[in-house]
Design a protein around this ligand. Structure first.
Ligand SMILES: Cc1cc2nc3c(=O)[nH]c(=O)nc-3n(C[C@H](O)[C@H](O)[C@H](O)COP(=O)(O)OP(=O)(O)OC[C@H]3O[C@@H](n4cnc5c(N)ncnc54)[C@H](O)[C@@H]3O)c2cc1C
Length: 476
């Protein structure tokens, strides 16, 4: 049995990892040069509790199940995950009925640990919160993670279990005969397959069209963010949501797993052809800052280190499209809008074990090995363990990124695990993610990539073709 998964975002990566538990020849196709660089690269990174989701919806079911799977999954794959909890706050008396309705919805969804707290309790937990807070809905199961790291870790582990990974290889056609899938054509060649899984994120509609399906219909909804330096660490202890509107969860203030603070996102619908519009805008920045300062009035804008935007794959009915389709051998995990990151482990399990395994009569492979070791991060190590690393490899003693204390040893290890660009190194090691945003370390990382990959400096890109960093030497 030969199975192709299209898209190495969080959804396709976890599906590929579930599929290699079976005796099948599984291939994962990603058109970018690295894993997790679509929607998975720019989002809030929250593992939602599920109280925002309508009772009885697929989103609620997969969100709640996914949340439950996160602790074990991130432990197996050695990926950061903190269950920091969340407060959804009412800042005026008028917002109280909506907050209570959210609490009731969460209870009906069966979410454990939900509590309504008065303003004194909320302020004791979150002292920087707007003192006008009236009440807060406490949700202890909410967490934060690093989505791209989880996708990369899932693929690394799947490759150890037999996955074939095709990076920089976009699927351009799905070949069919007698109403069933027979193979795919990519930018590199043609391959026979018995089954194809569509996990192409924002572009899943184009993949579905390749087999004549008109579902899902996707349009991008842009969310803009502001990232604060680690100096802001402690500004909030948990994820802070406002009382949501009908269209969005609103602008949040939340901690990141590496100690920064994230503000955002906005929600701006774009036309279907706007799927590459990841720019930030003056209007988006104003909305982000005003929305965040409504929650935390003391936010200091002098410590903003980055702004960025992500695109949600929205569909008219807002539901995920998960399961088999009317085309034999064509399966979908599409329209994965928020909370798609949270839902992804549950969606992968359901699709592979409950739908595909019976439809394709797959047999379990006893040799599956679920554990993966993450890259060492010296910033998180006690001094003795760092010393031990240095004694084995002195490159762990040479700090390249001062802001996040990332060493040459970690950068080399990331390259050996598959980083091929500056962003590949940045997203695996956090080098260039800190206060100077690569201002002081980009050239040094570039030269390490040149040395380790045995290529010329002109071949090193920021994030794949068309983003070369240098176009020649000024002087020999
Ligand atoms: C602003 C914002 C905030 C969000 N916040 C949260 C949150 O806090 N919590 C949460 O649970 N969810 C959140 N989400 C939703 C979550 O990020 C997504 O549901 C999830 O990342 C979708 O993953 P995916 O794998 O489906 O898509 P992607 O990550 O986009 O992966 C699809 C991959 O397919 C590849 N691809 C496309 N076409 C082809 C082709 N023809 N051939 C080969 N490869 C192809 C793409 O390059 C891409 O890498 C948020 C989303 C946004 C945008």
């Amino acid at each position: 049995m030969r199975i192709a998964v299209i898209g190495a975002g969080i959804v396709g990566s976890l599906i590929a990892r579930e599929l290699v538990r079976y005796d099948a020849d599984v291939h994962l196709f990603e058109r970018e040069i690295d894993i997790g660089w679509g929607v998975t690269k720019a989002n809030s990174a929250i593992i939602h509790g599920g109280f925002h989701e309508a009772v009885g919806s697929q989103r609620a079911r997969f969100c709640i199940e996914g949340n439950e799977l996160y602790a074990a999954l991130t432990k197996e794959l050695d990926v950061p995950f903190h269950r920091c909890g969340a407060y959804t706050v009412a800042l005026s008396k008028e917002e109280l009925p909506a907050l209570k309705a959210l609490f009731a919805q969460g209870e009906e969804n069966g979410i454990p640990g939900l509590e309504l707290h008065d303003s004194a309790t909320v302020l004791a937990h979150e002292p920087n919160l707007n003192p006008q807070v009236q009440a807060g809905l406490w949700s202890p199961t909410v967490g934060i993670t690093e989505p791209w790291t989880l996708a990369t870790a899932a693929v690394e582990n799947a490759c150890e279990n037999g996955l074939t990974l095709h990076l920089s290889e976009g699927v351009t056609k799905i070949r069919m005969r007698d109403g069933r899938v027979r193979g795919v054509t990519t930018t590199q060649g043609e391959y026979p397959f018995n089954a194809v899984v569509n996990a192409a994120g924002l572009f899943a509609d184009q993949i579905a069209e390749m087999v004549g399906l008109s579902e899902p219909i996707l349009f991008p909804r842009r969310g803009e963010y502001v990232l604060l330096d680690k100096k802001a660490n402690g500004l909030v202890n948990s994820v802070i949501f406002p009382t949501p509107s009908k269209t969005s969860k609103g602008i949040l203030v939340l901690p990141t797993v590496d100690g920064g603070i994230l503000l955002g996102p906005t929600a701006k619908d774009l036309p279907r052809e706007g799927k590459d519009s990841r720019e930030t805008t003056p209007d988006g920045m104003e909305k982000t800052i005003n929305g965040a300062r409504r929650l935390i009035p003391t936010i200091d804008l002098s410590i903003v280190i980055k702004t960025f935007a992500g695109l949600r794959p929205e569909s008219p009915n807002k539901e995920f499209v998960v399961g088999k389709s009317e085309v034999q051998g064509f399966f979908q995990a599409a329209a994965m809008r928020s909370p798609g990151l949270t839902a992804a482990p549950a969606v992968a399990r359901f699709l592979v074990h409950e739908v595909m395994a019976s439809d394709l009569t797959l047999a379990k492979k006893p040799s599956f090995q679920p554990l993966r070791n993450g890259l060492p991060r010296v910033i998180d190590l006690p001094e003795e363990e760092w010393d031990e690393l240095i004694s084995k490899d002195p490159r762990y003693g040479r700090v390249i990124c001062q802001c996040n204390r990332v060493t040459e040893g970690e950068i080399v290890a990331a390259i050996r695990r598959g980083a091929r660009s500056l962003d590949g190194v940045k997203f695996r090691t956090r080098a260039g993610f800190g206060r100077c945003q690569g201002g002081f370390c980009t050239d040094r990382i570039l030269l390490i990539l040149v040395r380790e990959l045995g290529v010329s400096p002109e071949e090193i890109t920021l994030r794949g073709n068309g983003s070369q960093m240098m176009n020649g030497m000024v002087r020999q």
